[in-house]
Design a binder for this molecule. Structure first.
Ligand SMILES: Cc1cc2nc3c(=O)[nH]c(=O)nc-3n(C[C@H](O)[C@H](O)[C@H](O)COP(=O)(O)OP(=O)(O)OC[C@H]3O[C@@H](n4cnc5c(N)ncnc54)[C@H](O)[C@@H]3O)c2cc1C
Length: 405
């Protein structure tokens, strides 16, 4: 059989490899508009490629109904992905909290090994080949490639064209309008895993501070969502996984009274601070040291200014009620924000082809036989930590395997 794949990111590459694994006689052509394949993959994890996460499962993702993702993870969860990577010559290592990297810690090496694997398997790679049109010839798919005319008809077409995130690396979603002929819709893409811009003295004062916090996005009185993670203060606003993981809840276009609530002392940390304080209450122990034991110095200095406290204040001068008020302020760091910094800064996107239009057991379209989807083109978003590559690789493998079965 003849297979056409649009998009040579991780989803397309793994689809192609699985098709060849099913039957080396299958002909596979993979098209990419970029001159080099796997350009986004090359940039992942700051060049270190955080390729999967041992905690990845249906409930890790933001999608309409996360439980619906189970057909994907029951076929290719993170352990199966690591086995496949190992088979391909990409052994992996994991951090204590489950983030998985190639042993080489090199995204460039991963792209090179996968490029070699495609060549070794006999996949035809056409880079610098942007597909602009999809036409049906009977039950087969014919593609029009910019500047190169029409292709031969393909028995199966796999669409792995990604999302609008990071257009500097060639992200392009114009092909999606070609799917309307089959009755597909595309939900608008929303930039995700992006920094958040904000103006205010706090951002200048705390520039460079990194702190773990519980981050909640508020719009008026509504809580739009929250997460726990590292937050980094910058001159333009905020960054870090704790911020990126909620950025899709904030529009990049209209600033509509969004606020962030940062809780700098979530859970156990508050209990620890409580313990320290009551250990030293009524003593000459420096009050600042209670906070310096667990929080960054710059943040403690900032709050001392807000509380109008001298840096030399001792615990003896603080009563329980005042301490409670201070803790409340640390729990309720409210700050107005301007918006999500948009696609140019987004590592992923929500939106795309709705999951209800795809059978996740096979990744085949429910609208058009022979058409398959995988990766970020689908309306699924994972948090920082290797979850998006997990999704791209797992769905790519399923699309390849099932289309060639
Ligand atoms: C800076 C950065 C860092 C990241 N770090 C991580 C990380 O560490 N871990 C993690 O899990 N995720 C990370 N991600 C997200 C991850 O890279 C993506 O989720 C993943 O690459 C999606 O894979 P994909 O194959 O679906 O799409 P893509 O990798 O986007 O590939 C789609 C391909 O389709 C091609 N294409 C589109 N339209 C056409 C067309 N009409 N004709 C031909 N070709 C077309 C594009 O050129 C592109 O190469 C990061 C993203 C960025 C931008």
């Amino acid at each position: 059989m003849n297979f056409g794949i649009i998009g040579a990111g991780p989803a397309g590459i793994f689809s192609a490899l699985m098709i060849k694994e099913q039957n080396p006689e299958n002909t596979v052509v993979i098209f990419d508009g970029n001159q080099k394949i796997g350009r986004k993959l090359f940039a992942t994890g700051n060049g270190r490629c955080n390729i999967t996460n041992m905690n990845a499962g249906p409930e890790s993702y933001y999608s309409v109904k996360p439980e619906d993702l189970s057909p994907v993870f029951s076929q290719f969860g993170p352990a199966a992905i690591r086995n496949k990577l190992n088979e391909l010559g990409i052994p992996t290592v994991q951090t204590e909290d489950g983030w998985v990297y190639p042993q080489s810690y090199s995204a460039a090496n991963v792209v090179q090994i996968l490029t070699d694997a495609l060549q070794y398997a006999g996949v035809e790679v056409r880079s610098g080949a942007k597909v602009t049109k999809i036409t049906m010839s009977g039950v087969k798919f014919v593609l029009t490639v910019e500047g190169a005319g029409s292709t031969k008809p393909f028995d199966r077409l796999i669409l792995t064209s990604g999302s609008r995130a990071f257009p500097q690396l060639g992200a392009n979603t114009s092909i999606l309008s070609e799917l309307f002929q089959f009755g597909h819709r595309d939900l608008p893409f929303i930039p995700a895993l992006a920094p958040i811009s904000a103006k205010g003295d706090i951002f200048k004062a705390l520039q460079g501070v990194r702190v773990d916090a519980e981050v909640t996005v508020l719009q008026g009185k509504n809580e739009l969502g929250s997460c726990f993670g590292n937050v980094i203060f910058n001159d333009y606003g905020l960054n870090g996984p704790g911020i990126m993981n909620v950025s899709h809840l904030i529009s990049d276009k209209e600033a509509k009274d969004y606020m962030l609530r940062l809780n700098f002392v979530p859970g156990d940390l508050k209990r620890e601070l409580d313990g320290f304080f009551y250990q030293h209450i009524n003593r000459d122990y420096p009050y600042r040291s209670v906070y310096l034991s667990v929080l960054p110095g710059k943040l403690v200095e900032y709050f001392f200014k807000i509380w109008k406290l001298d840096w030399e204040t001792s615990c003896r001068r603080i009563d329980s009620r005042t301490f409670r008020v201070h803790l409340k302020r640390l729990e309720n760091g409210l700050m107005p924000i301007e918006g999500n910094r948009g696609f140019n800064f987004a590592q992923a996107a929500a939106g795309g082809i709705p999951l209800s239009e795809v059978d996740l057991h096979t990744m085949q379209s429910r609208k058009q036989k022979g058409l398959y989807f995988a990766g970020e083109v689908l309306d699924v978003l994972g948090p920082c930590g290797g979850y998006n590559l997990t999704w791209a690789i797992a769905t790519g493998m399923i699309a390849g395997q099932s289309s060639a079965a």
